[in-house]
Write a new protein. Sequence first.
Lengths: 676, 735
Amino acid sequence: MGEFTVHRVRFFHYMPSAVRALAFQPQRQKIAVARTDGSLEILNRADHLFQEKVIPGREQRGTEALAWAGQRLFSAGLNGELVEYDMQELREKYRLDASGGPVWTLTCNPQGTRLAVGCEDGTVKLFEVCDDGIQFERNLAKQKGRILSLSWHPSGSRLVAGMAGVIWVFDAGTGQSVHRLLVERGTGAPRSKECVVWSVVCLSDGTIVSGDSSGNVKVWDGDTGTLIRNHQVTKWDVLALSVSQDETSLVAGTSEGTVVQFQHLSVVLGREDKEWVQTRTFKNHTHDVRAVLELDTAVVSGGMDTQLVVRPLLDKIDVKTSASALRKIHFPHRRLVSCSRTARLLLFQHRIHLELWRLGESEGTGDSLPIKRKPEKLLHLKTKGEEHICCSALSPCGGWVVVSTVTNLRLYRLQCDETISITKVSKLPKVVSSANQICFSSDSSYLFTASTCSSVHVLALSQSGCTFVCTLKPKSCKRTYNWPEFLVSASRTVGHCVLDLVIVCVQAYCTVPVYSSGVTAMSINPATNNLFMVHADQQIFEFSLEQKQYTDWSRLVHRKGLHPQWLERDTPVTNVTFSPRNPAHVILHDMYMFCIIDQTLPLPERNSQLVNQLTLRSLPEKERRAHSHAFKICKTFKELLFVELLEDQSLVVIERPLLDITAQLPPPVRQKKFAT
Amino acid sequence: MAALYEGYTLCGLVPTQNPPESGIQGIELDRDDDRVLVTDSTRSVTVYKVSDQKPLGSWTVKQGQFISCPAVYNSQTKEYVAVTNDNVIRVWKTEDVNIDQAFKATVSAEIYRVHSVPDYEPVVLFRRGGVRYLDSLLTAPQQPIEEVLLEDEVIRWSTMVRTEQQLLVLFSSEQRGKHFLYVQRFSPNTLVKHQLEAGPHLSAPLSYAATFREEHIHLLYWFPNGSVYESVLPARHPAPAAAEEVQALPRSLLLQLPIGEGELRSASALPLDEAHVAVVGVSHPSAGTGKDYLCLWNTHFQTLQASRELAGKIYGQVWCYYGKLFVTHGKTLSVIPFECQKSSLAAALGKLKQTRTNESKGPALVPSWNTLPHGDKPGKSRGVTTRRTKLSSKHQITTIEQLTCTIQQGPVEEVEQKVEMFLIGAEQAEQQLAVGRLVCELVARCRAEPSFYPRVSLLQLADTRYLCHSVCPGLLTLALEKKDFRLCQVCLQLFPDIPEAITCACLKVILGIPDAELECVALEPDSLHLMKALTQGPVPSNDDGGEHNGFCPAPLEEDGGGSTAPDAKVTPAPLDTSDRGTKPCKDLPAIYMDCPVGLHKGALLNEVLQTAYSDSLLLPYLKDLTVTQVILFLQYLQFLYLKYSQDVLPQIQALRMPAVTQIMEWVCLLLDAHFTVLVLAPEAKHLLSGLHKFVKSQVKLFSELGKIEGSLQVLKNSKQSHQTGQYSIEVVELF
């Protein structure tokens, strides 16, 4: 394969934001993740926790709570507004002021018909979920102080609200309070500091479980209003609670970064009377755990340290599978970087601005080359308005930059010879108002934007400006494909094999057979016109657009099966590119490795070593040939955001060390550790 | 190391008409490892359950018939097979009551033996060398059998060996004083004939044995002069061309057993594993002739590992199945379980030898290994040798025979003089052979004549470093009896193979003897120097801080305060209560204690600590120590341990000193052996609580060290990851 010069880039200071709330939709196995910057992510639990959809957030608007009402997703935040999201168009559907001051909590009754909102002014407001929106129904009895947590009784008849120092039980029918449970300050806590009930859960037998700022998980009898049991789980706060569907297991997230599991067990074997017993403690976070989900077979937790941790509870299963392994999701499952191969430019997408960098140069030989010219930051392009950037792209020639928010798409003409000049292309066609995915054709003469209603708009680019060519629209919109995946595929598919398509007719050229798992990365090889796709379950397909069928190599891969170690990887492939010199070389990467697939070499045997670069290095030249296989995996670089092969066969590797992310986080709660 | 366990009698022997035979033809394995099939020399076959020592069944042939070869068990058909009257094969099952009513087949030629190994078809070997599988023979009993052997050639011995893939039948034959070995392989059937080398003094081999290991067949045979030879045959099929001619079989001397006068008549050797051989019918090297022993020898190191005297006449028959030896002697068939541990140089030398000593004098500690059997001359590079050779020309060299005569009769002075002259004069190789014999003679004389004790000679002989315990088993015990502690010390230092019983006996004597008596003994200066250095450790002073090796006595007192509050008056160093009762020792930290024994006793105890031992074997003997001895020894060990934990250790320059692990192991062993006694003995209480406190503080220290290790590890790891900056250009090669 040979030597590669690698530009190891660490100046992309990508910073994910903290996880604030989690909500699970059991029917479709979707997990909604709300982050403090207001963005929303939908993970598909059935599809290897692939991050299917991302709805970008907005400045000055954080989300505090999330709730699914059937298939619909609502959120509320401290700006006092309730938001419903449009899951098809990936944007907010509408927003509604709850008129009770900042909203701290939001919950939907198990029937999915009513939303309860806990406000700053001490009211619990009930909203009815209608077909076309939500309708204010009533206020429950107003209390003094803010409502911080809410939980519905599974029957929907009662509502439990946690406040500072007290828990109220309301009758949802009359709106009157039934019980008032006083929560004591923890021992040793100052008198002025009240015990805040951060989270409550109401169980079907009437039991109420609360987690508070003095580090206790308290179990109450909801009928009599008495404290049954108190578990001191931490010195700091218990911030989140979640109970499993069958109500046998309960998890609590704490400020220490631990997740504590409780189980409803009979204390004496064979006896009927059961108690909540503290069973296990998981320590996977360094900072506050702000949200937890108990999903029967796994615990999902997220918090200030920005990562999402899926801790399976399948401890008794010996066989190591992807379902029984701990997973941590650090990076988004999409590209935040685009690269111009010929102009050696990098475009980094931040929350509200773009950065354009030019790569450095070097000369000499050796393992680590001396840098002749340092990398240069050419541009810092800030978007207007409060909306966060949805997607961005840099054209292969380096002459165009396009950036889109949910409502606004801008195209810039870029000239960077000696001096940098950037001009906004003013007259964009009106149809192209926003995009979920953007890409350029490989010769930079066309721009494709994927937008609402499954349509892809095609724009022709020229020196003078851009002209609208056509809109590609799939004939059958209702397909088993989920919408955004389809968009990904649509935009990129058409993106490369453009010309003949557009000229011949404005119709779908062909349809790639449907696969059950989502596409995480795909690209068309410009030399062979083969579409290369990688799915969330790590399967690889290659589809010949000329013959309208899978290529022989793809068939061989599926006949033989991929290597087990390849399938066991837990981060999706986020980028596919091709070597400009050798069309048989495909470059893929995930978070922990990049891989060059040489399609001319034999596939790895099932029982052979997959990552064999070290072995090959130690072998003499003659024997290497016999031991090498198609997957050339390099794990030298870790925590990868992006890998691309430049025109001169040098690689660009963009790393974002997790340690650097951790270093930028606020300090965690103080804990005594040895030698600190 | 190997050991013989307590044996038991399986059955009595039937007296036979011709006395040199035992009355047992053979012992073969039955269906499981606890059953054997014993064929007596006349007419009956008996199955015994070995662990119960009782017969399970017996079959007898009719009067007039006789069983001509040992019966075997065919594990494939679960039947017994025997041959009567040389050519009638009998096959019967366990349920059959009468052997005469069972299946029988008469074959056309005389059978030598039937061999069977588990999971394979039995093989029949005919007198004239033909070999058949039993099942194929029984399908056509009257088939003609070829004659392999020449006319006057007779089979002497045969066996069947199971290799990885196949079976092999080996048999040896004799023809006019020449000895041949035949190797019969199956599928394809090939027969290879080898001729055994015959030396000038060698008569017919006494016994043969063959084992398969590491893809080769090891044939062991020994001659009446005591030499055991080994020949190695490839187990695979040889090249076909070589099959026709008679090949000479190369051999190597494995073991040279001391046999005393005369030649061996009935004796047998059996390989137990790759390093151990069981030998029956040879006298113990130290015991007189006329007594018969079962000995386990280590062939790697030429050392005697275990022995057992057998009562009555020895017939030279020994079998070995599943870790048990079956030996006929006198009027009984005895079963003696044994154990052979993996032999290694470390085991032979003793795992507790310090590396330092091994480096300096390691090779000399093994007296006869690798030099005797191959006859190689040891390197003459040592300076002493040249002096000796010069002297040898002046003196008239006394031969060993003359010297033995002197030893047997002469007075002490003459013996000492002669021995000294011999040692100066003799060649190194010659010495090596003779020293053991001389010591044995001297020890025998000392035993016979209590007034005779050539102290100087014994010391000189021991100092040659050619001795080990198995060469002269009586020397150390004799030295103990005569209270010759200088010799004791030398033996303890130099012998790599002192049995645990003797070590314990030494320990007992040393601990029991008063210090005053020992002070006058001249011990090795180096060991005394060590003891002086240990006892004259730095005197504690208050400004010292009193903190050594992380051990801080003050908080420790607080820790233990709760439990030891009632006896708060107890001084931390319990030994010197009587001596300096006036001064309360409260301020003297517990780590400073006086040496509980005198210098000389301490030096001897150090030697005991450094001997090699195996803890499971040592433990029963340790129980013989009395309570006072145990406490004294424990106090001494505690003293050593405390000293070692302080910083005096690096200042001591001694060649030999017990390692801290050795001390700890002895403490553990002592506590283990005398646990209940120590718990009950009131005088041990202070000692144990002191020891516990110190150990606790050490455990604390190490747990703190463990934590620091974790922190340092993190620091080390974090440093590595920060090496790369924001941007670098590197070269990666993919293959």
